[in-house]
Structure formats: structure tokens, C-alpha cells
Design a protein around this ligand. Structure first.
Ligand SMILES: *Cc1c(COP(=O)(O)O)cnc(C)c1O
Length: 391
């Protein structure tokens, strides 16, 4: 018996452990502190009323023999939800059919599990800095990883280059942690590159609901993407579902490699290892896509975007270099006085009583940068920016 040796190649994830340790030390020393936590990537507003109503109704159905539901007939989601999501895509002007939508328990699971259907010999292209899941899940399968450098020169939006040929390309837009978002022309360049290289794009659109009109929310807004891309989306940031667990993956019928349908392989993978999202949560997700659900959940997104706006205004005033904020719940900025991310983290914690996330935790190009989250309370966000502005 041998364990999967690839796990030895994973980097220890010190980031959130170290942050928690430093914050604990601080709060022990200062029990009456005024700490403002802007490090978290989690939502704070409660679920929308339409969602709660749908869950109550579905719970009552589960209490009666006539309406009780056991295993769902299809592990990829009930037709009512797949059709509701297809309707949402229609509203974006994107043609996606219900059968091309695969409902799962969140984008993290689907992004992590999709690698099951790809050969381990593929080369993977991952932006640096980025959400750590893409790197870790490929290290676990022993794939070679190359990095697309995101930095101040390219506005943290790397473009395809001749010297990074790859088979599997990860794109996260709007990006976590940088908040940077690709425009239509830039995504078209990636799609053209993928088609040319016969590569697949794995497009993480977890933050699509934060994107302002005029910029693409879905990779399928880009011509040719149906033949080279898979889209991962989630209700976590869109509708506050981080504790509910529901997301969806879109694979168009046109996506084939060597004549094999990618959607068919994913269906087979899910059918063997996954038994579907629970019925009550699927009804809750359906409610998100009703007109009232869209309105209520967009109100919460607007609240977070106002926080991001307050942060952007403060950074402009301070003259700090930054990305994000406008189409994202994250602002990402260069630490003042050439401080390293951890050095500035300690300064913010001890001098300003603010918790951020140092860029070092997301890749080598994150060094010297800081991520602040707009998912907090509006008054506290204002207070935090006042403290930073005081210098
Ligand atoms: C939060 C987040 C997700 C969503 O994950 P869930 O499993 O759906 O909660 C996916 N991708 C990125 C980049 C994220 O930041």
C-alpha cells in the first residue's frame, strides 16, 4: 500500500493559519480592541427573503409522504433549477440549454473535481497570483504547472504568450484575489489562443454578479468559447450561499476533444461520485433566479459594491496603486513605502486594528500587495478607510 506521493509536493497553506495566529495574539493582548476584519472572503449578509420562503416551502414538502423527495432522478440537478439557470443565461444574451448545465455543491468542488476527466500528462497554465485551488488540485494529480505572471505592468491581467503553451488554462475573472476583470477583447484573445493550441479554458466566474454592464460576465459571451471552455459558477458570492452549497458548471455540446464529448465525461464522473445537491437547497437556488430573487440578491451585491467604492475612493485619495473594487468585492493594492505584504499586515493589525490578507498568500507575484474584502459591514468599512487615511 502506497499513499499518493503527490501530496508531498503541496505547499503548506500557512496563510490563514498564520493570520489567525497573529489575530489571536493581538486580541489576547488587547481584549477591548476595535478590530475590523477585512481579510475574509466570506459574505456577511443573510439570505434573501425569497430564498428563505422557498426553503420553508420545500421543507414542508419533505414532511409529507405525497411530496417527499429522496434521491433526485439526475445527480446534475432538477430540471426546474437547470431551466431557471438557462433562463438567467438567456437574460445575459447567452445561449445555454438546460442540459448543458450541471448543478453541483459549489464551484470549489467542481473546479477541483473536473481534473478527473483530464489526462495527468497535460500541462496546466495558472495565473499568479490566484485562488489556490487550481494549483493544489493539479499538484495532487502530478500535473506540470506553468504560471502566467500577473503584475502591475499588465494590470494583473496576464495575456497569452508564445512561451506558455498549455493544455489546460485557468482564468478567474473577476479575479480572486486581485479583483481585476478581463474585457471582451482580452477574453477573445484567450479563446483564440485556446482554440489554436487545442487547449481547454476553465473559466471561474464566481464573481460574475459584481461585473458592471459592458464587461463580460460569462466566457460564453465570447465567440468560439463553446468549442474550448468550461464555465464554473456559484451562488456563494451571488446570493450568499457560502453555507448553503450550490453552484453550477456549464459545458456546451460543442466541446469535444478527439471526438469525445466533454459534457458526457463530466456526466459520467458526477454520476459515479456524486448524488446531487439536496432538494431544499435546489429550491432555494431556483428562487434566486426569479425576478424578485434577482432583485433581492442584487441588492446585497450592491451593498458590498458600495463598500468596495468606499475603499477605492480612499486608495485613490492616498495615491496607492490598486486594482479591483469596481467589478469585484476585493481591492488589491501595493503596500505603501515598499513594505512587504506581511510587514504591512502587521502594521495594519497593530497600528490600525484592521485585518487584511497579504498578497504573499496567493503566489509569488502577490508579494508586497494586500487584499481587502468588501464583504463586511458598511459602517466598519468606512471607519477602516478613515483609519488608513489618517496615516
Ligand atoms: C468563493 C470562490 C468560489 C466559490 O466557491 P464555492 O465552492 O461555490 O463556495 C469559486 N472560485 C473562487 C475564485 C472563489 O473566490
Amino acid at each position: 500500500m502506497k499513499l499518493n506521493g503527490n501530496f508531498q509536493n503541496l505547499e503548506q497553506s500557512y496563510l490563514f493559519v498564520t493570520i489567525a495566529k497573529k489575530v489571536n495574539e493581538f486580541t489576547e493582548k488587547h481584549p477591548d480592541n476595535q478590530l475590523i476584519r477585512m481579510g475574509i472572503g466570506d459574505v456577511t449578509l443573510p439570505l434573501a427573503p425569497v430564498v428563505i420562503e422557498a426553503m420553508h416551502k420545500a421543507t414542508d414538502e419533505m414532511a409529507k409522504k405525497e411530496t417527499f423527495r429522496g434521491y433526485s432522478p439526475d445527480s446534475n440537478g432538477y430540471p426546474f433549477l437547470r431551466e431557471a439557470i438557462a433562463g438567467y443565461y438567456q437574460s445575459l444574451g447567452v445561449d445555454v440549454e438546460a442540459e448543458e448545465i450541471f448543478v453541483g455543491d459549489g464551484a470549489k468542488s467542481d473546479v477541483g473535481n473536473i481534473v478527473d476527466i483530464f489526462d495527468d500528462a497535460n500541462t496546466v497554465l495558472v495565473p499568479d497570483p490566484v485562488y489556490p485551488v487550481y494549483v493544489d488540485t493539479n499538484i495532487m494529480s502530478g500535473r506540470e504547472i506553468v504560471y502566467a505572471d500577473a503584475n502591475m505592468e499588465n494590470g494583473f491581467l496576464p495575456m497569452p504568450k508564445a512561451d506558455h503553451p498549455a493544455d489546460i488554462i485557468y482564468i478567474c475573472s473577476p479575479n480572486n484575489p486581485t479583483g481585476a476583470v478581463y474585457n471582451r477583447e482580452q477574453l477573445q484573445a484567450w479563446v483564440d489562443y485556446a482554440l489554436d493550441q487545442k487547449a481547454v479554458i476553465l473559466f471561474d466566474s464566481a464573481y460574475e454578479s459584481f461585473v458592471s454592464p459592458g464587461l463580460p460576465r460569462s466566457i460564453f459571451e465570447i465567440p468560439g468559447a463553446e468549442k474550448c471552455a468550461i464555465e464554473f459558477c456559484s451562488l456563494s458570492k451571488t446570493a450568499g450561499f457560502t453555507g448553503m452549497r450550490c453552484g453550477y458548471t456549464v459545458i456546451k455540446k460543442e466541446l469535444c476533444f478527439d471526438g469525445v464529448s466533454v459534457a458526457a465525461l463530466w456526466q459520467r464522473r458526477q454520476g459515479s461520485k456524486f448524488n446531487g445537491v439536496n432538494y431544499i437547497t435546489q429550491r432555494a437556488a431556483e428562487a434566486v433566479f426569479t425576478p424578485e430573487g434577482i432583485k433581492q440578491t442584487r441588492d446585497a451585491v450592491a451593498y458590498y459594491k458600495r463598500n468596495a467604492g468606499v475603499m477605492v475612493d480612499a486608495l485613490r485619495e492616498l495615491g496607492y496603486w490598486f486594482t479591483g473594487g469596481e467589478n469585484s468585492p476585493y481591492v488589491w493594492f501595493k503596500c505603501p513605502d515598499n513594505m512587504g505584504g506581511w510587514e504591512y499586515f502587521d502594521y495594519l493589525l497593530n497600528e490600525k486594528q484592521i485585518v487584511g490578507t497579504p498578497g504573499e498568500g496567493f503566489g509569488k507575484n502577490g508579494a508586497g500587495c494586500m487584499r481587502l474584502s468588501a464583504f463586511g459591514d458598511a459602517e466598519k468599512t468606512k471607519e477602516a478607510m478613515e483609519r488608513i487615511k489618517k496615516g
